[in-house]
Write a protein that binds this ligand. Structure first.
Ligand code: PEP
Ligand code: MN
Length: 438
């Protein structure tokens, strides 16, 4: 029997506990989705991030869905991350550690358990891992069978990620082709073409000089998701045969969300029990003491790369709320990677009721994050983004100038609004500038 996380926040109210137990028993004997050695490799790279020797690019959907796990959609997401990474690497001359919110990001915490529409009240959508987005009693009923589908969809997604990143698509000689198939009108795409031409020339020069590094042929793209559904995460936690230590093999990096980061809560307890690299989202109500207690709980041995703090303060709060936290943690001598999530503190409702974010607010929070770290002499370690490779209209602004009346055109997210492909690329150019003169 698995240990039941009775005290855990944000768990679904599964109507059939016996069905859940049966699913958990099946999950517990399925092969790992990732390997402990890969988790250790990512931990090492994140150690470099914490020391200011590399920059983390983490991004993907707010909520992955089963229907969108198509080859096209996954490839577009990967191409977007690769393009952003190349812009950051070339623009700022810094190694970039690439992590997707991908192959496991299927469960969502919600502020309300129930949702009411036109007098009808049903359970809130908690991600495809739990129930369906469609507003009907059948669809909204939590179904544990979905956890098996999460496992299978994650496996299929990871298979494509591995094929794309190791099988030729990620070859730096393909740097131009990553731009193809996207709306070429955007200025960011034109800027990208210019940079890609420079990179081609540099590659041609190196080839002529007899240099042909293997590192140009493939990339490492790691997977990450919020460790929210503890029944699922525990079922996929295995003892590593090399070290005898427990790893959650559902993804390389697991994070604890802003709503579940209570020090004595079940999610932090779970994160403390695994050896993967872990992250905690911290919002503006976090005190410096809260942060320090999380460091002591999650990284007592000060292992480099083990713990990242993903700060999500909001553009209005980042400059006043972040410094005391960074100062206290730094003064304790702890090594954490500081990562900026400029999305979750900047969400609001447009007049027609759609959740959205302004591109300029997102940029301003990243700028504030860089300013704070520069003033303190600490390292702005990376960015954590909600984005898609598709041409959606979910966030306002950017060079494409998406306005409030444009939002309903291609508003496709199952949860929070994502930057579209052009906005993501534009952001990468702006962040590369910040990084270059940090
Ligand atoms: C998220 O990353 O989608 C999320 C829910 O974030 P947070 O926990 O920071 O609110
Ligand atoms: Mn989100």
């Amino acid at each position: 029997m698995t240990q039941r996380p009775r005290d855990a926040a944000q768990q679904p109210d599964w109507p059939d506990r016996a069905a859940l137990d049966a699913v958990v028993a099946q999950l517990a004997v399925l092969p790992p989705l990732v390997f402990a050695g890969e988790c250790d490799a990512l931990k090492e790279r994140l150690g470099a991030v914490a020391r200011g020797e590399a920059f983390l690019l983490q991004g993907g959907d707010c909520a992955e869905t089963f229907v969108d796990a198509t080859a096209d959609s996954i490839r577009n997401k990967i191409k977007t991350l690769l393009q952003m990474a190349v812009v950051l690497t070339y623009g700022a001359q810094v190694p970039v550690v690439k992590v997707g919110r991908i192959a496991g990001q299927f469960a969502k915490p919600r502020s309300a358990d129930l949702e009411t529409r036109d007098g009808v009240t049903l359970p809130s959508y908690r991600g495809d891992a739990v129930n369906g987005l469609e507003f009907t009693p059948e669809s909204r009923r939590p179904d544990p069978g979905r956890l098996l589908k999460v496992y299978n969809t994650s496996a299929a997604t990871l298979n494509l990620v591995r094929a794309f990143t190791q099988g030729g698509l990620a070859d730096l000689r393909q740097v131009h082709s990553w731009n193809q198939g996207f709306v070429a009108s955007a200025t960011a795409h034109q800027k990208y073409e210019v940079m890609a031409r420079d990179i081609d020339r540099a590659l041609a020069f190196m080839a002529a000089a007899g240099v042909d590094p293997e590192a140009f042929r493939t990339v490492d793209l790691y997977s990450s998701h919020e460790a929210l559904l503890l029944d699922y995460e525990r079922a996929l936690t295995r003892t590593d045969s090399r070290t005898g230590l427990p790893y959650d093999v559902s993804g390389h990096l697991l994070w604890v969300g802003e709503r579940t980061r209570a020090l004595d809560g079940a999610h932090v307890e779970f994160a403390a029990s695994i050896r993967n690299p872990v992250a905690v989202k911290i919002g503006p109500t976090t005190t410096p003491d809260d942060a320090l207690a999380l460091v002591e709980r999650l990284n007592p041995d000060d292992e480099p790369g083990r713990l990242s703090f993903v700060t999500r303060m909001g553009r209005d709060r980042v400059r006043d709320a972040l410094p005391a936290i960074v100062e206290k943690v730094t003064a304790s001598g702890a090594t954490v990677a500081w990562v900026c999530d400029p999305m979750h503190g900047n969400t609001f409702e447009a007049p027609d009721g759609l959740k959205t974010r302004r591109f300029d607010d997102v940029i301003d929070e990243v700028l504030g994050f860089f300013e704070v770290h520069r003033a303190l002499g600490t390292h702005p370690g990376g960015i954590h983004m909600e984005l898609t490779g598709d041409d959606v209209t979910e966030c306002l602004g950017g060079a494409g100038g998406i306005g409030e009346t444009d939002l309903p055109m291609r508003y496709q997210t199952a949860c929070d609004p994502r930057l579209n492909h052009a906005q993501s690329l534009e952001l990468a150019f702006l962040v590369a500038e910040m990084l270059a003169d940090r």
